[in-house]
Design a protein around this ligand. Sequence first.
Ligand code: HEC
Length: 399
Amino acid sequence: MEAHLIEFLGMLLRWLHVIAGIAWVGSSFYFVWLDDSIEPPEPGSEAERRGVAGELWAVHGGGFYNPQKYAVAPARLPRKLHWFKWEAYVTWLSGTALLVIVYWLHAQAMMVDPSVASLTGAQAVGVGLASMAASWIVYDLLCRSPIGRSGPTMAAVTFALLTLLAWELTRLLGGRAAYIHVGTSIGTIMAANVFFVIIPGQRRMVEAMRAGRAPDPADGLRGKQRSVHNNYFTLPVVFIMISNHYAATFGHPQAWAVLALMGAAGVSIRHFFNRRHKGAFAWQYLAVAAVLLGAVAVWTAPHVRALPAVSGPVTLDRVRAIVGQRCVTCHSQSPTFTGITQPPAGVVLTSPAAIVQNAQRIYQQVVVTRIMPLGNATGITDEERAVIAAWVAAGAKGL
Ligand code: HEC
């Protein structure tokens, strides 16, 4: 019952996380689109006299809308002002809660990979936590430094540092956990941008207006810079959040470089849209993304690593013995592996029938991607992988 409740809580959190993330990414897309699409009002028009720097007309859901952007702020504070922050905070809070229950509480199984580095569970969590905190500190210092003043330089430096982070994390943690912690580091930067820079700056602007002072345009510019960065982070971060379904990416021997290529493709696609909305020719950015994605497709294509020759007949009994020794500590109705409370992915491998039924999935996980046994926690040998491969190749016959 307890395991079921934890699982159920995890499901609710994931649901909430995706919904809040959609709202946050959606408003990021919308406002950057708005900024890119507005045009200055007619010279001498009433809007121009009110200090409107740009406006547009849109039709949506049967209504006509006319958003206007002020150069800094309107002369008078409106009675009701809408803020956008809760979608960011809820996304970060629900995401962090998920990170804790899925990864940190089961660090030994979900984060440590002894073939990568022999860390304890607590050390692995420390690495994850430190990467998130350090990412924000370094990024924030960069933004405040002269580097932050140039968009392209900032983009290049941030990209290089995040690639370095991915490289370092894949040397310390299992691929899946390394990926997710690059994602939570970027997510933390994004949420901290809202919490520590954008919202406080807006608050100062509103307070100045309330006190009858002119708001400081620097607050507006700083907020805009962080908001544009967040916009470019969206596609890479969403890719990372779904990447744990795709072992070909995080399970690749150069998983960090695969991630860098996917991230660059994501940024390039976002740039394509942002330039297009400004009315510029931008298809080259889409072409770059297509080339990068094509390269990843080719580079991550599965090639089965050479396995030692198998001696003797391959029978289900032999496979059963291997599975019994290397898999069922996790893949049984009541797993005995520390931190695993339910059969992972619902896969139970305790009966011969279940092994036959799951033969293709077992082959994929054990021979092709070699993701299983997770982090090779149970020390499967190449000879044993070869037996499984030979058994499946011979038709995965039952008893
Ligand atoms: C340390 C625990 C552990 C061990 C040992 C382990 N697994 Fe897994 N396995 C997992 C986890 C966790 C998942 C779920 C991964 C996910 O959510 O995508 C999983 C998922 C799977 C899946 C489903 C993957 C899919 O999406 O199709 C298969 C098949 C599988 N394991 C086979 C095996 C086999 C075969 C072995 C033994 C050679 C093995 N596992 C050993 C933890 C383990």
